[in-house]
Design a protein around this ligand. Structure first.
Ligand code: GRF
Length: 200
């Protein structure tokens, strides 16, 4: 059984998808704790499922590194097999990523490397593209630049707003995330090998 710590910042609809998937006894992963950089609305999902939460606000720390160390300390309490960033809107410091990699994945509402960063959906609308997507990646020190585990195209429809497009993307994003966790738990995806080009 793969133990997960999920980090969120917002509503946690992706977190909820994992919680609902884990209601199936056959699903080989369980969320053991949910963390955030604020008192996130998505904590309500964790509380509904009786899952402990922790909040580590950057404003309580003198710098990003000490904030990151505090988050890492919380994560280590649970000693998870995998950490999932899902709507977590802060960049973790390199020291945290080094400590967790490659057992640290992230979901992004665009077809990476298209539209990385905090406004991927808004940027796709502004670019006038006819399709965007959703991606699940292994986190590296860049901004949404890590090796891609899975991704899927999502159409942009005439008249789409950031909100209507994001809602359509999230449906796919949730499916990709649950499948990625399943594949990692079942060994179908080896996080150490994702993105490694085969040596000739
Ligand atoms: C997701 O699309 C995530 O990829 C992006 O923000 C959204 C968060 O949604 N960073 P939720 O909090 O999971 O509902």
């Amino acid at each position: 059984m793969l133990s997960l710590v999920v980090l969120i910042s917002g509503g946690g609809s992706n977190l909820r998808a994992l919680l609902e998937a884990s209601e199936d006894a056959e699903f080989p992963a369980r969320v053991v704790a949910v963390g955030a950089d604020r008192d996130a609305d998505g904590f309500a999902h964790a509380e509904e499922y009786g899952i402990p939460t922790f909040s580590v606000a950057m404003s309580n720390f003198p710098d990003r590194e000490s904030w990151g160390d505090a988050i890492l300390e919380q994560i280590r309490v649970w000693d998870p097999d995998l950490v999932v960033l899902s709507g977590f809107m802060k960049l973790l410091p390199p020291r945290v990523i080094a400590a967790l990699s490659p057992r640290l994945i992230n979901t992004h509402p665009a077809y990476l490397p298209e539209f990385p960063g905090a406004h991927g959906v808004r940027d796709a609308i502004a670019a006038g593209v006819t399709e965007s997507g959703a991606s699940v990646i292994v986190v590296d020190n860049g901004v949404d630049s890590g090796p891609i585990i899975s991704q899927e195209r999502v159409p942009v429809l005439p008249g789409d707003t950031e909100s209507t497009l994001h809602d359509r993307i999230k449906v796919v994003e949730r499916e990709l995330l649950v499948q990625a966790v399943l594949d990692i738990a079942n060994g179908v995806v080896d996080l150490r090998a994702v993105g490694q080009t085969r040596s000739r």
